[in-house]
Design a protein around this ligand. Structure first.
Ligand code: TTP
Ligand code: MG
Ligand code: MG
Length: 402
């Protein structure tokens, strides 16, 4: 059998946040567990050593499910669903608060474990990576009569390495490119390995719904379906000139290529973040005037945390932006580009104040976020400009509203 020019893997951890929590509470294995509660929902150990857990039925508020165990998914509870809606489907499911520090810790551990087997890794977020396996020794070897034996063995080795380092399972898709691998890693979740060649396109990829392709979002997906194209195979069978007529030159061409499983994007091993941000949703909608002091405090706190994030990553940024979401899901963003990059909480807060002046506050607020973009390495800032002199007046003065 002809080996493809590249073997690219996509690895995605199974029910990631929930699985990390089960490491801490192994007694919950097999149970319907939902991640997304508040601190107060943390399990309590009773005097007799047993645990008391919060149940979904007790939850009131606007929180959403970040993820759920496969047992909870069987009951119809999925990521991004409101917790109160989830409670209607699975009232007895156990609710746990999210612990992002743990998830980041296990994220680093699993990526390091993969790197021991295959070092060419593109980081795609907290629980997933692409890996270029093309140059991994033995990947092209046949094993017995199986021409794909070598690539499957590498996949098993990667999964074992992740399991040994973390006690967690993942699913891997391996194909000639990133586009197909991203689809393939989902085909046998959890704990799966799916290896596909171009020969498998008609049987494994073409029957899938168009939305399974990364890059076909809700809008394009709806339009395709309205045009009568439901599956990837429908798109593949469509005339490319017609696709371009419907979707424009660039996206129409991409749809044709993607539906034929074609993608030449390389695995990019290092990328700089474009921006760093922090945001928070309130427990209740807040009023710009009546809750002014509280809003001011929340904003101070966001700037403080963002400044810590920047310090940890050693970045500063020239653009400071805010995001506000009002009742009715109306989202407003404003940003301001400064003369020199900033990273201190006070400098960020000052720029935020300028942005806030440009917003009309005629509705209640439910979310606030701060972003610093146009990033440069902190060492470059220090080399380019002396630190700005400290201003005497506190940063809170002459701020609009809060
Ligand atoms: P996913 O990989 O999409 O989901 P998952 O790992 O929980 O489950 P699967 O086995 O299907 O891969 O997301 C990784 C983590 O990101 C997930 O554990 C929680 C978080 N997340 C959210 O916070 N909100 C979301 O809407 C989604 C989809 C994920
Ligand atoms: Mg996952
Ligand atoms: Mg993922």
């Amino acid at each position: 059998m002809l080996q493809p020019p590249r073997w690219i893997a996509h690895l995605d951890m199974d029910a990631f946040y929930a699985s990390v929590e089960l490491l801490r509470y192994p007694q919950l294995k097999g149970e319907a567990v939902v991640i997304g509660g508040r601190r107060a929902d943390a399990p309590q150990q009773l005097e007799d050593g047993s645990w008391r857990y919060a149940r979904l039925r007790q939850y009131t508020g606007r929180g959403v499910v970040t993820t759920s165990t496969y047992a909870a998914r069987d009951l119809g509870v999925f990521s991004a669903m409101g917790l109160m809606k989830a409670a209607l489907r699975a009232p007895d499911a156990i609710l746990l608060p999210a612990d992002f520090d743990s998830y980041r810790h296990y994220s680093r551990l699993f990526k390091a474990a993969v790197a021991e087997v295959a070092p060419v890794i593109e980081d795609r977020g907290i629980d997933e990576i692409y890996i270029d396996l093309t140059d991994v020794p033995g990947v092209r070897d046949a094993v017995g009569h199986d021409p794909l034996g070598g690539v499957k063995a590498v996949a098993r080795e990667i999964k074992n390495s992740v399991w040994r380092a973390t006690g967690l399972t993942c699913s891997i898709g391996i194909t000639p490119n990133k586009l197909l691998s991203k689809i393939a890693s989902e085909l046998d979740k959890p704990d799966g390995i799916t290896v596909l060649t171009m020969d498998d396109l008609p049987t494994r990829i073409w029957p899938l719904a168009v939305r399974k392709v990364n890059g076909i979002g809700p809008k394009a997906g709806d339009k395709l379906v309205k045009l009568g194209l439901h599956t990837v195979g429908d798109v593949a069978a469509a005339d490319p000139a017609w696709l371009i007529e419907q979707f424009g030159q660039s996206y129409g061409h991409w749809l044709h290529q993607a539906s034929h499983g074609l993608d030449t994007r390389p695995v990019v091993t290092h990328s700089e973040p474009v921006s760093v941000s922090r945001e928070t949703t309130f427990e209740r909608d807040l009023h710009a005037v009546h809750d002014r002091a509280l809003l001011g405090q929340i904003m101070d706190d966001l700037c403080e945390r963002l400044s810590h994030d920047l310090a940890r990553k050693r970045y500063a940024g020239k653009t400071v932006g805010i995001k506000l979401r009002f009742e009715g899901f109306i989202t407003v963003t404003r940003d301001q580009t400064l003369k020199t990059p900033v990273s201190s909480a006070a400098d960020i807060r000052r720029a935020v104040g300028q942005c806030l002046k440009r917003v009309k506050f005629d509705k209640r607020l439910r979310l606030m976020g701060v972003r610093v973009g146009n990033l440069v390495h902190a060492s470059d800032v220090a080399a380019a400009a002396p630190p700005a002199p400290r201003r005497e007046e506190p940063a809170r003065e002459n701020l609009p509203l809060f």
